[in-house]
Design a protein around this ligand. Sequence first.
Ligand SMILES: Cc1cc2nc3c(=O)[nH]c(=O)nc-3n(C[C@H](O)[C@H](O)[C@H](O)COP(=O)(O)OP(=O)(O)OC[C@H]3O[C@@H](n4cnc5c(N)ncnc54)[C@H](O)[C@@H]3O)c2cc1C
Length: 384
Amino acid sequence: MIDLTLPEEHEALRKTVQEFARAEVAPVIGDFYERGEFPYRIVAKMGAMGLFGLPIGEEYGGMGGDYFALCLALEELARVDSSVAITLEAGVSLGAMPIYRFGTDEQKQRWLPDLAAGTRLGAFGLTEPGGGSDAGATRTAAKLVDGEWVVNGSKAFITNSGTDITSHVAVTAVTGLRDDGRKEISAVIIPAGTKGFAVAKKYSKVGWNASDTHELSFDDVHVPEANLLGTQGRGYAQFLSTLDEGRVAIAALAVGLAQGCVDESLKYVAEREAFGRKIGEYQAIQFKIADMETRVHTARLAYYAAAAKMLRSQPFKREAAIAKLVASNAAMDNSREATQIFGGYGFMNDFPVARFYRDAKILEIGEGTSEVQRILIARELGLH
Ligand SMILES: Cc1cc2nc3c(=O)[nH]c(=O)nc-3n(C[C@H](O)[C@H](O)[C@H](O)COP(=O)(O)OP(=O)(O)OC[C@H]3O[C@@H](n4cnc5c(N)ncnc54)[C@H](O)[C@@H]3O)c2cc1C
């Protein structure tokens, strides 16, 4: 049976997050964005609402929900602002989920309760200054010496890695050579504040300005052997599966941004006048908004379809890549059109559409560029 109606608990969550975003985020986020300031108060409220624990089991202080619930929350947040949405997305999907999925019991007990509560944030370090798409080319290395991992190297563009409440970063590192001569890559958890782990000053970014992103370096960083995440040599595979889920989440976030463009445009065209008429009466404007709505609808269906397969534990790599590709396109196109509809005001940072415009571009880059999504889709079709 095909039924796209949301179950009651999902619908209730969507509404709660929508109300929160409109009442608590929308009025203040523009100032945080302008100052490039991380919104601790908003993140604390999101934590108190249980958003950081949505897909995490109750035994670790989570809400015991599913990953689709997280997607719906991200969509509603990004409809108002993407900095808070990506803070949640990276905190859960990249910070907590690798530990939840691959961690030992001890690691889960140690890290998850705070991450699920949103009182601490985890980060995920895959990308390096020398490259992100070719994740297998990792140069950061971890060597086991006298029962400790000694990590050397650097990571670039790592979200949530330098806040006052950052708990750790899980990094991919070369831990040896495989039988076929390729690099053996594992993941190692490095607690914030460990000696030799340096967080560079925040980047000056085009968008996501109220989110936290840093370059990280590791100079003879020692962590216990027990900080290996999952199985030695499986770090690459673990991160790839983390990214498959993450792409559905980023698609949801992109749909939210694209929907926000429709919301803002509808309000504006009912007020703004030109040549003696509301601009919403001009068919050129109506067509823009009709196209925007069509993109949102199509992209939402794409991420719902990916999420449905993911929740049924069916292979969903192809659907996740399609959803991310379609939704990031929709976000880019809609933000460009919404800015156009707002005319000169669309170029002013006081208006949310200007923020949407600046925040849309990264959606075609982060968690796998659009080219990488196309590579994945082509591979799923048997093209190598
Ligand atoms: C704000 C922000 C937050 C981020 N957060 C995180 C995070 O938390 N953790 C993390 O690990 N990373 C994070 N990233 C990094 C992000 O995932 C990478 O930027 C992205 O994967 C691309 O890697 P790159 O920047 O090294 O580009 P490159 O890999 O150098 O790619 C450059 C260009 O070449 C293209 N290209 C590469 N290979 C191919 C190919 N085979 N065929 C065709 N085209 C190709 C790419 O699509 C791209 O257009 C973040 C980035 C930003 C900007």
